[in-house]
Design a protein around this ligand. Structure first.
Ligand SMILES: Cc1cc2nc3c(=O)[nH]c(=O)nc-3n(C[C@H](O)[C@H](O)[C@H](O)COP(=O)(O)O)c2cc1C
Length: 396
């Protein structure tokens, strides 16, 4: 769940700061992007070079980067970059500052600006931890919905034995991973998505295809993965990067796409057919390149298999969503397609809407179900994917 997440790690002045290097490494191992903010006191315990090397990002400490140029580190930008803020180790002093709302350092100003979930891992000697002020501060922070990662009991740096040791880095990342897992609205859901065009070969070098870029299907795969679903993507020929944690299978023709989808359909909870599958294919593919010097040339076509219609026959509990890209009588055609193919919903987009359809980064859709129609404004395909996945969440 941490893969691709932006983790802002704040390190404060506890002896446990040396463990933060392991923490950075563990977040990176899990695929997260890490930026480190450090307090003045923490510099006594770890060096920025270690942390910048491990995190592959500069370490942030002061507001001002250069007095000559006036360049400064923007606490608001850092806060909004983060998907999560982790304060580990958190000193007694820092707990007090968090409670009081002080903002006199880059770290504290960033904390005050941060709307992401915040995790705090206190680390201190047992009596500092037991102290009423510290305990009150922790109580207040818990009431403010901060996630406190309780310290462990054991031998402390002072040589004393008791509660105050920062939780181990691996355990911290496991706790945070579990937090995201619990929040993942589509966890354990198996979603199969088709994307892109299909190419129907005329001869070894020519084909019948369409202008589909695959962007909508890939945006859907990214959004479904973000919500914790197990996502499989069957894609026609496109030049797009595979979304993280998504199982991708490349196909070329409608027949290949049909096979891959049918093989998986039984073990799928949701199928989203956003691919622009060709409606026709040559009756026969010429074994060799057709020569240019032939005076006339015609290609006999037959219909490609209707993937959705065939799946409708074996459909059980799956939610099946189709796409319709129309140029005329849009709604009428979409309703007919939904009925004929036994779909739970159809996403209609019209080539008559500016910025909608093939190739664009934007889309304007109407989501049609047998019970209702939902019209959406023109927006980025990433945000269209959010609307469609929200709908799926309602369905399940
Ligand atoms: C060697 C040494 C170890 C320290 N370890 C801790 C600690 O584990 N926990 C803590 O709360 N303070 C510890 N302190 C005190 C903090 O460094 C001090 O309160 C500092 O002001 C914290 O600043 P910060 O919260 O802005 O990082 C230690 C100080 C020294 C000199």
């Amino acid at each position: 769940m941490l893969s691709g997440k932006n983790v802002l790690l704040a390190i404060t002045g506890s002896i446990a700061a040396y463990k933060s290097a392991y923490l950075v490494r563990d977040f990176i191992k899990r695929g997260a992007n890490v930026k480190v903010i450090i307090t003045e006191a923490a510099l006594q315990f770890v060096t920025p070079v270690t942390l910048s090397t491990l995190s592959k990002n500069p370490v942030y400490k002061d507001f001002l980067k250069s007095t000559d140029t006036g360049e400064w580190n923007n606490h608001v930008e850092l806060a909004s970059w983060s998907d999560i803020m982790v304060i580990a180790p958190a000193t007694a002093n820092t707990l007090s500052n968090l409670v009081s709302g002080k903002g006199d350092s880059l770290f504290l100003a960033t904390y005050l600006s941060c709307n992401a979930p915040i995790f705090v891992a206190p680390a201190m000697d047992l009596d500092m931890f037991k102290n009423e002020s510290t305990q009150n501060n922790i109580k207040i922070l818990k009431n403010r919905k901060l996630n406190i990662i309780e310290p462990k009991s054991g031998e402390l740096a002072s040589g004393l034995d008791g509660k105050g040791r920062m939780e181990e880095p691996e355990q911290i990342t496991t706790i945070i991973n579990q937090y995201f897992l619990d929040k993942a609205s589509l966890r354990n859901l198996r979603i199969l998505i088709s994307a892109g065009p299909t190419y129907e070969s005329i001869d070894p070098v020519r084909f019948i295809g369409n202008h589909s870029s695959g962007k909508m299907g890939f945006a859907l795969a990214r959004e479904a993965e973000k919500r914790g679903a197990n996502v499989e993507l069957i894609t026609g020929p496109v030049s797009l990067e595979t979304p993280r944690n998504v199982q991708r299978t490349d196909v070329s023709s409608a027949n290949e796409m049909k096979k891959e989808i049918e093989d998986r359909f039984i073990n799928t909870d949701v199928l989203i057919m956003s691919a622009a599958v060709s409606d026709f294919q040559p009756v026969k593919m010429a074994p060799n390149k057709i020569k240019k010097d032939e005076l006339e040339m015609s290609v006999s076509l037959k219909k490609t298999p209707d993937i959705l219609k065939d799946l409708a026959k074996i459909k059980k509990k799956q939610i099946v969503i189709g796409f319709a890209l129309e140029t005329e009588s849009e709604k009428k055609n979409a309703y007919e397609k939904m009925k004929k193919k036994n779909l739970d919903a159809i996403v209609l987009n019209s080539l008559n809407d500016k910025g909608s359809g093939f190739g664009f980064d934007t889309n304007k859709i109407t989501l049609i179900t047998p019970l209702e129609e939902r019209k959406f404004d023109l927006k980025s395909k990433d945000l269209v994917a959010v609307d469609i996945l929200n709908f799926i969440e309602e369905c399940i």
